[in-house]
Design a protein around this ligand. Structure first.
Ligand code: UDP
Length: 333
């Protein structure tokens, strides 16, 4: 099969590219390298370009007959989206529309879309299933929800089959150590803690200890990057084989929540083996952070046959730590 992976040089996209290529698929990556890295594309062919470039898209789709498209190229920082919503609506909505429209023009009917738990907004109940109301509280979540809605209309009018996968907290790294998480700036909890442990950062700040949770810190559902990617592969297969048509959506998480403090405890256990230590500071709550976000991924399991392999938080942290140790070596070379 031939797939176009948009945003395949980014954190999730690069792991997806590796998984598809290793499964024997022909993979073409389109990435503008604003947040992705050329060296993360270890498999397949990289075209450097932007979804705003309709002529480029037209050429790509004329030259290649894709069986399906996966779209990872979006901006995903909640705080930034509050200060610069234009960037989010332009890139996450308008540019995605360019991609959908070229697919329709070239009769490419299978699309997997990176959506997010942020489309739900403040949880009304947990774990969050697909029936939970979607009321995003920031432009990032709103931009993703707009595409979810557009996909429903495109399924109806143009028979474009799609699966929206709503991620909870993506983390971990390639178990073989080839690729991992590299954001600049880094804002995510696990890589930040690990950078504090490796000495690339002075300390980690815990954003709030006064939440209504077991230990007062926020609870999240951490899902290993490879488990996330395996769900994409299954979702693509599900629509390619016509098991269901239309615009589908699944929540992806392990269904178990860990508090920020529990994550720190697991990291502490792992880094002690390397004689590393961690400085922790307490800070204010980060605006827009719900106390608890945990997924109910029953639908993905029953319909797609998805089964997380690295559900254990310690394994996730070990993979991310192995990656972080490689980064320190690179920095000191
Ligand atoms: N967090 C924290 N300190 C940090 C970064 C994150 O305490 O330096 C907390 C954050 O408040 C949230 C959890 O860690 O409760 C996960 O945050 P992250 O940014 O990794 O993912 P998000 O839940 O925002 O998608």
């Amino acid at each position: 099969m031939k797939f176009l992976i948009v945003g395949g040089a980014g954190y999730i996209g690069s792991h997806m590219v590796k998984m598809l290529a290793k499964a024997g698929h022909d993979v073409l990556v389109l990435d503008n390298l604003t947040t992705g890295f050329r060296q993360s594309v270890k498999y397949g062919r990289l075209i450097i370009g932007d979804l705003a470039d309709i002529n480029l898209l037209e050429t790509l789709f004329t030259q290649n007959q894709f069986d399906g498209v996966m779209h990872f190229a979006a901006n995903s920082l909640v705080g930034e989206s509050m200060n610069n919503p234009a960037k989010y609506y332009r890139n996450n909505v308008s540019n995605t529309l360019n991609l959908l429209d070229v697919m329709v023009r070239h009769n490419v009917k299978h699309f997997i879309f990176s959506s997010t738990a942020a489309t739900f907004g403040e949880p009304e109940y947990v774990p969050i299933d697909e029936k939970h109301p979607q009321k995003p509280i920031n432009p990032y979540g709103a931009s993703k929800l707009m595409i979810e809605r557009i996909l429903q209309d495109y399924a109806q009018a143009y028979s474009l089959n799609s699966v929206c996968l709503r991620y909870f907290n993506a983390c971990g790294a390639d178990p073989e150590g080839e690729i991992g998480e590299c954001h600049d700036p880094e804002t995510h909890l696990i890589p930040l803690i690990l950078q504090a442990a490796s000495g690339r950062r002075e300390y980690i700040t815990v954003f709030g200890r006064d939440y209504p949770t077991v230990d007062g810190t926020c609870i999240r559902d951490y899902i290993h990057i490879n488990d996330l990617c395996s769900a994409h592969a299954l979702a693509m297969d599900y629509i390619l084989t016509g098991k269901e048509t239309g615009a589908l959506a699944f929540n992806l998480g392990n269904g178990t929540g860990f508090s920020v403090q529990q994550v720190i405890d697991v990291v502490n256990k792992v880094i002690t083996e390397d004689n590393c230590t961690l400085t922790i500071k307490d800070g204010e709550r980060r605006p827009g952070d719900p106390a608890i976000l945990v997924a109910d991924a029953t639908q993905a399991k029953t319909k797609l046959g998805w089964q997380p392999v690295f559900a254990d938080l310690e394994t996730i942290v070990r993979h991310a730590w192995a990656w972080e140790k490689k980064q320190i070596k690179k920095d000191t070379k």
